[in-house]
Design a protein around this ligand. Structure first.
Ligand code: HEC
Ligand code: HEC
Ligand code: FES
Length: 355
């Protein structure tokens, strides 16, 4: 659903954080027909699950450029730092306000109710306090219960603020199934024996290997810019991480914060998960260019051709591409087959495909 909102509809107010239903920065509001509402993460919930439902995203809070009292309170109390989690908080708080408007509670229970409602949304604790103060200020002073009428005036109940009658294109519904289809295979070494010219055969091995090198699983970590890519549509990584000095990210958002030693849910994992250096980028290059670059010690991490065989055929990080976890198509063939192709390519003179 997160992809559907952000990539298909271009509505980027909904964020993508942990990707594992842990941070709720991706939460949106779902409106029940009976007037009640609740929030749901969008990262792990398929778009199909929202079919036929009325949803509200953060884009729908302000009306004609006028922020809601809730949004103004967030700003007045500086209830965010980088703002990444704010959309999720706003949605959750909006749901709470509407609930309180329907069912008032005793003043004494307010702080606890706010804390409970926002529980699960990740952000530093002192901000949470500021948010609850923003919320508590809404208490119209002194009385034990918040009269629904007054609450109604302070929050914008002119809802639906923003309703997408979710008519999801069939393509979006099948996206998951498509990405789960088995990967295409790789041709075996023997099948090249009919090419008698050694140089042509060598280049043919590399062209076959190219299916692996240019597969999303390898390309996303060998990007042209400073950001990895993600997802079926090769979007730039969300949240916006950058390679940093050592490929492990900038100091504030290091790759291992989210990428654990092994795959976790839909989050890829490896003990040394990080980006290939800039000079090893393959994105946007022709196979011939990649071939020249991969042979060049100045641009391949000072590797001999023999080490390349081992690197592609056995390296554990490279191997992740054939065990990428749920929802991702693995690199073509097997790692062993890819290693055999590199070996055959090297033994036949490591020729590059002709332009
Ligand atoms: C805040 C959490 C977070 C941080 C920090 C993070 N990632 Fe990710 N990353 C994710 C999640 C979640 C996914 C899975 C998204 C998806 O594909 O649905 C992901 C996916 C990826 C993918 C896509 C893999 C594929 O082939 O589909 C790459 C590549 C990647 N991250 C690289 C990095 C690198 C490199 C860093 C550090 C510079 C980094 N990430 C930091 C959360 C994070
Ligand atoms: C998680 C990110 C990540 C993924 C996924 C990944 N790589 Fe890399 N790759 C790296 C890093 C980091 C280096 C630099 C390692 C070094 O030099 O020690 C690298 C270096 C390489 C190199 C040597 C340098 C060069 O460009 O000649 C090759 C070859 C390579 N990777 C192949 C692959 C192949 C093939 C795949 C997919 C099957 C792949 N990689 C997937 C991160 C990744
Ligand atoms: S809970 Fe969905 S991105 Fe964190």
């Amino acid at each position: 659903m997160n992809d559907f909102l952000r990539e298909y509809l271009g509505m980027t107010g909904t964020k993508f954080g942990c990707g594992a239903a842990q941070c709720l920065s991706c939460a949106i509001i779902i409106d029940n027909p009976d007037g009640t509402s609740y929030t749901s993460p969008t990262c792990i919930v398929p778009a199909a699950s929202f079919n036929g439902k009325s949803v509200r995203t953060v884009e729908g809070h302000a009306k004609d450029g006028e922020l809601t009292p809730l949004q103004k309170a967030f700003i007045a109390h500086f209830a965010f730092q980088c703002g990444y989690c704010t959309a999720g908080f706003l949605n959750e708080s909006q749901v709470l306000l509407e609930r309180l408007a329907r069912t008032p509670i005793a003043r004494a229970d307010l702080e606890k109710t706010i804390a409970e409602a926002l529980d699960g949304h990740l952000l530093p604790l002192h901000r949470l306090r500021q948010i609850s103060r923003g919320g508590a200020r809404r208490d119209p002073g002194g009385s034990n219960a918040i009269p629904p009428k007054q609450l109604k005036m302070t929050i914008d109940l002119q809802i639906p603020l923003f309703i997408v009658a979710v008519a999801i294109p069939a393509a979006a519904l099948t996206a998951e199934a498509v990405s789960n289809t088995p990967s295409d295979g790789l041709a075996n070494i023997e099948s090249f024996s009919s090419i008698s010219d050694q140089e042509a055969r060598s280049a043919a091995y590399f062209t076959e290997l190219g299916k692996v090198l240019t597969s999303p699983r390898c390309l996303y970590c060998h990007p042209a810019g400073d950001r990895p890519r993600q997802g079926d549509m090769a979007r730039l990584h969300q949240p916006p991480v950058e390679r940093g000095a050592d490929g492990f990210g900038l100091p504030a958002l290091r790759c291992p914060i989210c990428h654990q030693a092994a795959n976790f849910g839909t989050v890829p994992g490896n003990p040394i998960w990080h980006l290939a250096p800039r000079e090893m980028s393959w994105e946007g290059k022709t196979l011939r260019e990649i071939c020249a670059q991969i042979k060049d010690p100045a641009r391949n991490g000072n590797r001999s051709l023999e080490t390349l065989v081992e690197h592609i055929g056995e390296d554990h990080l490279v191997g992740w591409a054939w065990a990428p976890g749920p929802g991702r198509q693995s690199a073509p063939g097997t790692q062993k087959q890819a290693g055999a192709l590199v070996e055959a390519w090297v033994q036949t003179g490591a020729a590059c495909p002709k332009p």
